[in-house]
Design a protein around this ligand. Structure first.
Ligand SMILES: CC(C)(COP(=O)(O)OP(=O)(O)OC[C@H]1O[C@@H](n2cnc3c(N)ncnc32)[C@H](O)[C@@H]1OP(=O)(O)O)[C@@H](O)C(=O)NCCC(=O)NCCS
Length: 169
């Protein structure tokens, strides 16, 4: 039985461990801690199985800068599932629930830097299609965007910048 729910304070240690084990290094786990401490609102969900947190997904604001204006959107990063629970659909459930939560909170543009085979099934497409560029030099197909309401991206081309906390990765 798997439950997806909002992260609570008691999950902190488990969430750190999931990120550290899934990525094989502490960088992403520390990034989550740094983003939580920042002054921007974040979204954090966990997957719980048999009273143990086994998966985690995190969202934080990004800016979209063009020559004339700066707007904000939300970035999915990081997400992780315990290595021995991967490829059982947990990550997919976290993404679906995460996007619903984004929508509920009025976020309609979500970017992600990730596996080009994993994210398209949830509506992500290469961000370049909407004139969005990533501040990092990455291959075109790994920087993706999902529009959670039709037309949300129509007038928002520009350079996507992540929070300063990401510099530590
Ligand atoms: C990516 C991740 C969160 C997916 O979670 P999950 O519970 O395994 O995902 P699901 O079971 O819902 O879906 C599995 C699919 O994810 C994709 N996938 C998972 N790991 C992948 C990897 N390392 N490379 C490419 N695709 C991957 C595959 O499409 C896979 O489908 P398949 O089993 O048919 O090949 C998990 O593999 C993970 O924690 N990886 C390490 C950390 C990481 O890379 N995070 C994402 C950063 S963008």
């Amino acid at each position: 039985m798997l439950t997806i729910r909002r992260e609570e304070d008691r999950d902190r240690v488990g969430v750190f461990r999931i990120n550290e084990l899934a990525f094989g290094r502490p960088g992403e786990a520390k990034l989550v801690d740094a983003l939580r401490k920042g002054d921007q609102p974040t979204i954090s969900l966990v997957a719980e199985q048999d009273s143990q947190v086994v998966g985690h997904i995190f969202f934080s604001p990004v800016s979209i800068e063009s020559a004339t204006k700066t707007s904000t959107a939300i970035g999915l990063a990081p997400m992780a599932v315990l290595p021995d629970r991967q490829r059982q659909g947990i990550g997919s459930q976290l993404v679906r629930a995460g996007l619903v939560e984004c929508q509920r909170l009025g976020q309609y543009v979500v970017v992600v830097l990730g596996h080009p085979k994993f994210y398209p099934k949830f509506g992500f497409v290469p961000a370049s299609r909407f004139g969005l560029r990533c501040e990092y030099a990455v291959p075109d197909d790994v920087f993706m965007v999902a529009e959670l309401t039709p037309g949300a991206l129509a007038v928002r081309p520009g350079l996507v910048k992540y929070g300063p906390e990401f510099q530590q990765l």
